[in-house]
Design a protein around this ligand. Structure first.
Ligand SMILES: Nc1ncnc2c1ncn2[C@@H]1O[C@H](COP(=O)(O)OP(=O)(O)O)[C@@H](O)[C@H]1O
Ligand SMILES: [Mg+2]
Length: 314
């Protein structure tokens, strides 16, 4: 039996380093590095959960091509159940990341991943018997997004708990999220997303904490990623708890938010207190930044526990 079903995007990231600012006119530029790694918010979160020892399946769509096969292989290597990753006729999604020392450009083809449906998720809930449903990248899966309030509502009727990390809305309208809030146990935005989402709902929050308290009043526990500051959680009753991340040498923050989500869900589903679960999230998020790519630095359960125990010593 599976613990967590993650639903959303699945694709590879082709990360290019060196002379990456394109010059047209058929100029050939030589690179310092090129890595093809697991990308996608849902894929990275699922890998993070599996690394933390949580029984995890992913429901997503890829194509019948080399990128699709590699996506499934990397997920399976990470310990994720890929039986609900469907192979479809569209090409697998891919992101090309032009990675400069202080900034990056991302060129994405969503391809097959964008066609995920509510029925895909309902069927995967049934076949895996998962007891928690986590949805990632709401704005990249428009069909599922439209059906999501109903999918979440039905899941909860069957005793399945629910969470959502929308990630940023490229259109900045945040359409459709309000309807999901009453059906969510946990909403996992970053600080900017929390403010933008609250504003889209007619709130005028002074900061991310106020935004999260306003969002929590609409139903879910709101657990917020706050970059180097760590994270915090706002409960529907208005209480806020904070947890710091780790101070470490950051190599790459790609996917840190997805590893934060994995850390929170692993601890929360284990029945740890809210304070402990936010601490788990912040530590798992921080540790993921110690290596390149979204999954290269992801922590095991023993590593998170050791870091938390070490900081409790006098
Ligand atoms: N510079 C950093 N130092 C330590 N931890 C970090 C740093 N940046 C991010 N993290 C960790 O990763 C988590 C998610 O990062 P953030 O960038 O806020 O999320 P997102 O990727 O969704 O934008 C943070 O809550 C924190 O735990
Ligand atoms: Mg994020």
């Amino acid at each position: 039996m599976t613990g967590v079903l993650v639903a959303g995007d699945a694709n590879l990231d082709l990360v290019l380093r060196g002379d990456v600012v394109p010059r047209f006119g058929q100029a050939e530029q030589l690179l310092d590095g090129a890595d093809l790694v697991l990308g996608s918010s849902a894929g990275i979160c699922a890998a993070g959960l599996a690394r933390l020892g949580v029984d995890t399946a992913l429901v997503a769509r890829v194509g019948a091509d080399v990128f699709g096969a590699r996506t499934r292989e990397l997920l399976a290597d990470a310990g994720v159940d890929t039986s609900a990753v469907a192979v479809t006729e569209e090409p697998t999604g891919v992101s090309v990341i032009l990675s400069a020392p202080d900034d990056r450009a991302i060129l994405t083809l969503t391809g097959a991943l964008a066609s995920l449906t509510g029925e895909d998720v309902r069927a995967a809930l049934e076949s895996t018997g998962a007891t928690h449903l986590h949805v990632a990248s709401f704005f990249l899966v428009p069909q599922l997004a439209r059906e999501l309030p109903e999918v979440l509502g039905r899941a909860r009727e069957r005793g399945v708990t629910t969470s959502l990390d929308t990630n940023w809305d490229p259109a900045e309208r945040w359409h459709g999220v309000a309807e999901c809030l009453p059906h969510l146990d946990v909403l996992l935005p970053n600080a900017q997303e929390a403010v933008a989402l609250a504003r889209s709902l007619g709130e005028d929050p002074a900061d991310a904490v106020a935004a999260s308290v306003a969002l929590a009043r609409r139903g879910p526990l709101v657990v917020v990623k706050d970059g180097a500051e760590g994270g915090f959680a706002a409960s529907p009753d208005g209480t806020v708890v904070r947890a710091a991340g780790l101070v470490l040498d950051v190599v790459d923050t790609t996917g840190a938010g997805d590893s934060f989500d994995a850390g929170f869900l692993a601890a929360w589903l284990d029945g740890l207190s809210l304070e402990e679960a936010v601490r788990w999230a912040a530590v798992a998020g921080s540790l993921s930044t110690r290596a390149a790519g979204g999954t290269g630095g992801q922590a095991t359960r023993a590593e998170v526990e050791a870091r938390i125990a070490a900081e409790r010593l006098p």
